[in-house]
Design a protein around this ligand. Structure first.
Ligand SMILES: Cc1ncc(C[n+]2csc(CCOP(=O)(O)OP(=O)(O)O)c2C)c(N)n1
Ligand SMILES: [Mg+2]
Length: 631
């Protein structure tokens, strides 16, 4: 209440309503060690209803996480503090994941629970770390929660406990305005263990947490609670949800709760109880420390990659058969699938995304050691589950779906970038080149939507060698998500060793008709060969062309200005771009008239006909370029 008041903004209602439950969970059940926040075998705590962030910060301060000082609490929502409006991923401070966009935390928790089940199975752990996740009405109204709970029930993630703050209030008022689900039945129908209780009755809370310690399914504890508990005039009302109570109401609340301390003062004897509460885990901590210090997760991972990829390059050095880059990506996976702490899957498009490595076993409730997940048709859930996996830093994880469905995943992709975690999304069928499935499946603006996400890497290789280079780069990134966009259609092998595998800068000269070039054409993916054909047409007209293949504008943009200048060489008027997607992004490299893209929806037809329809042919582009440079 008082931190929210000091910040003059924030959400007191949920922290007050869930304080009883949270106190018992942290005091009696959560297996953690505030002195070693990143202890691998700790339980994870996720606050899916992230607007109640002050509850998390208070718990971390009270239990003694070093980074969560009282000053941090006093600086709630201020510049530079770790006590942001909504929790922001800071594992060494006890903040396991970034939450706030409702529903995400539930899915993230499913990913964490899965990664921990897998780890436990691989390492034969006696105790499987649990994941406790708090959520409110809002999280359960969001569609993503259904994808996540259905997946968790199917996989029997018995180390997952969802604690529902059933206060029947959201921002607009009573949930009766918009929500009449039978939540218990909903969870039962997807194979969850369902328990209910009063979220302000300490004994009941304790009993319920006891009951979920040993089960064979994920558990929901549906707690009836009162938002803004203790506030005489604002409890059980939406008015306590998202604004400070006001000093008068705080005074009344303190009276009601029999709390006589000044703001931010925790009496020493109470603080001691809190600070000592995790001592009950000391034995578990010391016993498991030996095991957990042997769990390296991704620590030694990057060093192995160079060696592995040298092997792949050797294998494909002379490969010269036209092949879709999705197939090339599969070839990379076949090579690395059992040689890394890697696990991935696809949202029911395994055969189209080519995401399953040969040696990968299916991960299911009978085999948590498996490396391949059938996510079902749950793209949003998949992306968010992957964030949970990636946040554990135990495994590198990747997925597959069509690029046009990146839209279904966007909220989670953005959060991965914000958190600086490293899931890899394999997006196949990356343009109109997919052909007959038509405009619903043909991405136009998606690739640039991805490029606009700060701190993310977009890749669009043109052939086998570039695909190898992109995978290698993506696997090495540990502080940002990667999006690898791949073709459905076959593409010629054109880059070979030029893709500069060991010095990947995102773009390079793939062909040059003469030492002095008149124009530069930049292209990515399937349009690189088109650019090279265009250059041949132009040469007949005595126009010398440099073709720059740009498999990753994100990597290119990070290079030094001198490298970039040298690569383009030509004046802005003479730089052209070809990409079978929306043109807008490319304005930063050249003038709008010089971009050959697609700013309309595609069409259902054989690929060749669609490329013709949009004028993406060497003949058309070269004649347009001729006209422009003659002006
Ligand atoms: C995806 C998303 N949509 C909307 C919001 C804005 N928002 C924050 S809290 C909230 C109401 C949530 O209700 P509930 O989970 O019941 O929280 P309570 O008021 O009980 O704390 C809304 C709509 C959000 N944070 N995320
Ligand atoms: Mg609510």
């Amino acid at each position: 209440m008082e931190a929210v008041e000091k910040a003059k903004s924030g959400h007191p209602g949920m922290p007050m309503g869930m304080a009883d439950i949270a106190t018992i969970l942290f005091h009696d059940f959560l297996v953690h060690n505030p002195k070693d926040p990143e202890w691998v075998l700790r339980d994870r705590f996720v606050l899916s209803n992230g607007h109640g962030s002050m509850l998390l910060y208070s718990l971390l301060y009270l239990t003694g996480y070093k980074k969560m000082t009282l000053n941090q609490i006093k600086n709630f929502r201020q510049l530079g503090s770790i006590t942001a409006g909504h929790p922001e991923y800071e594992p060494d401070a006890g903040i396991e994941i970034t939450t706030g966009p409702l529903g995400q935390g539930i899915s993230n928790a499913v990913g964490m629970a899965l990664a921990l089940k897998k780890l436990a199975s691989e390492k034969k752990l006696k105790r499987i770390p649990k994941v406790y996740v708090f959520c409110g009405d809002g999280c359960l109204m969001e569609g993503i929660s259904q994808e996540a709970i259905s997946f968790a029930g199917h996989l029997k993630l018995d180390n997952l406990v969802l604690v529902y703050d059933n206060n029947k209030i959201s921002i607009d008022g009573s949930t009766e305005l918009a929500f009449s689900d039978n939540t218990n039945l909903r969870f039962k129908s997807v194979n969850w263990n369902v328990l209910t209780g009063n979220g302000h009755n300490h004994q009941e809370i304790k009993n319920l947490f006891k009951k979920v310690q040993k089960t064979s399914k994920p558990s929901l504890i549906n707690f009836k609670t009162i938002i803004g508990f203790g506030s005489p005039n604002k409890s059980a009302k939406a008015s306590s949800h998202g604004s400070p109570l006001g000093i008068d109401e705080i005074a009344l609340t303190k009276k009601e709760l029999k709390w006589n301390e000044r703001p931010f003062i925790i009496p020493a004897h109470l603080l001691k109880i809190w600070r000592d509460s995790a001592n009950r885990n000391n034995k578990a901590y010391t016993q498991s420390k030996k095991i957990s210090s042997n769990i390296n997760g991704l620590k030694y991972f990057p060093k192995e990659i160079d060696k592995l990829f040298d092997g792949i390059v050797k294998e494909f050095k002379n490969f010269n058969t036209p092949q879709a880059t999705r197939k090339s990506s599969e070839a990379v996976l076949h090579f690395i699938d059992n040689k890394m702490p890697l696990f991935g899957g696809s949202a029911d498009l395994t055969g189209s995304n080519n995401t399953k490595g040969k040696q990968m076993d299916i991960l299911n409730h009978k085999n948590y050691k498996g490396q391949y997940i059938h996510y079902g048709v749950r793209e949003h859930g998949m992306a968010s589950i992957m964030n949970g996996i990636a946040a554990t830093r135990l495994y590198k994880t990747y997925s597959g779906t069509f690029l046009s469905f990146a839209d279904y995943m966007k909220p989670s992709l953005r959060l991965a970038a914000l958190m600086k975690i490293d899931p890899i999304q394999v997006f196949t069928h990356d343009s109109i080149g997919l052909g007959e499935d038509g405009p619903t499946h043909q991405p136009i603006e998606q690739i640039n939507m991805l490029r606009l996400i700060p701190n993310s890497y977009v890749f669009r290789p043109c052939d086998m060698m570039e695909t190898i280079a992109c995978w290698k780069f993506a696997l090495k990134i540990s502080n940002a998500p990667s999006f690898i966009c791949l073709s459905r259609q076959n593409l010629p092998q054109i880059s070979n060793k030029k893709a500069t595998l060991n010095n990947f800068k995102g773009a390079y000269v793939i062909s040059q008709s003469s030492k002095i070039n008149h124009i530069t054409i930049i292209a990515s993916g399937s349009e690189v060969s088109l650019a090279m054909e265009t250059a041949n047409f132009l040469k007949e007209q005595k126009i010398e062309t440099k073709v720059v293949s740009m498999p990753s504008s994100s990597v290119f943009d990070e290079q030094q200005a001198s490298f970039k200048r040298k690569l383009f060489q030509s004046k802005l008027e003479q730089v052209f771009v070809i990409e079978a997607g929306s043109s807008m992004y490319w304005n930063k490299y050249t003038k709008s008239e010089n971009i050959f893209g697609i700013d309309k929806f595609g069409a259902s037809a054989p690929a060749k006909d669609i490329f013709n329809k949009f004028g993406l042919t060497p003949k058309n582009i070269s004649s347009k370029i001729m006209k422009r440079i003659k002006k």
